[in-house]
Design a protein around this ligand. Structure first.
Ligand SMILES: Cc1cc2nc3c(=O)[nH]c(=O)nc-3n(C[C@H](O)[C@H](O)[C@H](O)COP(=O)(O)OP(=O)(O)OC[C@H]3O[C@@H](n4cnc5c(N)ncnc54)[C@H](O)[C@@H]3O)c2cc1C
Length: 340
């Protein structure tokens, strides 16, 4: 019989589990049932008891790792915590959220326990045994993976299933002791951009993509980069959108051309960029060439604003194309959002 362990960790408040952790919990509940496996849920955090309450209704045995050493992410303490939870649960299959905290420790934990880790899992299924799906080669090839090696660690991509919602009942958790190795790293704090300076927002409902057209000479023969930046940032703020870019726009910095300061290569969408998941996407001043549009694979509803009626978007790649000046359209959209 399989023993299924779901590894989870607390969020920044320290009092709740992250959304990605709760998605892994939902996967654990579903597949423990399907596999006839015993379900154990492990929590890592300074004071995990408050967060344990959200596991009511799972029917799982709940194990916690508690203490100040686990308040923040650090490889040595997190790896020791996950290893202790795997041992205590005698885990044969382990689900964990592909968060930055766990994605970097799980392969090491799998190695220490003689197991195997698979990353970027987007779907799970049960036939005779557990099957995990992931994409390769920039989302062009979809593979279904089965393994006999145990323990088998699966890092589940965020946003691929609904999060667990607490049911009725109380949780009795057991605290597991961990022997920490000598700590060479001390976490002195976190330095991160303020939320409104952070332009990549994976949880946003809408993705705004800016293309190179924003920094090209416009009808008056001039470049309007400052206006472009202000229109883009205005929309991001009012719509709480995430910001993507075409490759041409972020590459311009290296060519000493006009750049938008809010952009970096991290914003790039496409074949050599990212493939984000958002309910809607709005492309502006971008030509919609295939190497860019391939990154829109998981955007459900696509709209584009381009001056060029023959752009790639107009050739069947968008649901709606506005053949219009994006400066004018976005100024109007921002004004309407401000009224709201
Ligand atoms: C191997 C390879 C990998 C690549 N990977 C990627 C990738 O990952 N991501 C990516 O993006 N690209 C990638 N590319 C490049 C891609 O093919 C295109 O060159 C790039 O996406 C073009 O960017 P763009 O549409 O912003 O710029 P442009 O092609 O310059 O298009 C600008 C558009 O803006 C429009 N425009 C200008 N002013 C306005 C205005 N006022 N209002 C409305 N529209 C306006 C113009 O009509 C034009 O259509 C790759 C290419 C190769 C060969």
């Amino acid at each position: 019989m399989e023993n299924l362990l779901v590894l989870t960790h607390v969020d920044e408040s320290g009092a709740a589990l992250t959304k990605a952790s709760l998605e892994s919990v939902a996967a654990g509940v579903e597949f423990a049932g399907a596999l006839g496996a015993a379900l154990v849920i492990g929590i890592v955090g300074a004071n995990p008891d408050a967060a344990a309450g959200t596991l009511a209704g799972t029917g799982a045995r709940v194990l916690t790792i508690a203490g100040e050493a686990f308040a923040q992410a650090r490889y040595a303490s997190d790896a020791a915590a996950c290893k202790a939870l795997c041992r205590a649960a005698e885990a044969t299959i382990v689900f964990a959220p592909a968060s930055s905290r766990f994605a970097r420790v799980i392969p090491g934990v799998a190695y220490r326990l003689g197991g195997f880790a698979d990353t970027h899992i987007t779907a799970l299924a049960k036939s005779e045994t557990l099957e995990a799906t992931r994409w390769f080669y920039r989302q062009r090839i979809e593979a279904v993976v089965k393994r006999e090696t145990r323990p088998w660690f699966l890092l589940l991509e965020g946003g691929t299933r609904a999060a667990w919602v607490a049911g009725a009942g109380e949780i009795q958790s057991e605290t597991i002791a961990v022997t920490l190795p000598e700590m060479r790293s001390t976490v002195s704090g976190t330095r991160a951009p303020k939320q409104d300076e952070q332009t990549i927002r994976p949880e946003a409902k809408i993705l705004l993509v800016a293309g190179a057209g924003w920094t090209k000479k416009q009808a008056d023969g001039q470049v309007h980069a400052a206006e472009a930046e202000s229109l883009i940032l205005g929309f991001l703020r009012s719509a709480d959108a995430s910001l993507g870019s075409s490759k041409s726009l972020v590459d311009q910095g290296g060519e000493n051309q006009t750049v938008l300061k809010v952009m970096s290569h991290l914003n790039q969408i496409g074949q050599t960029g990212s493939t984000p998941r958002h309910a809607k996407g709005l492309s502006t001043c971008c030509h919609g060439e295939e190497p860019h549009v391939v990154g829109w694979r998981f955007i459900n509803e696509r709209r584009a604003i381009s001056l060029d009626p023959n752009c790639g978007w107009a050739r069947g790649k968008a649901d709606v194309v506005y053949v219009a000046d994006a400066f004018k359209v976005m100024a109007k959209v921002n004004a309407l959002l401000a009224e709201k």
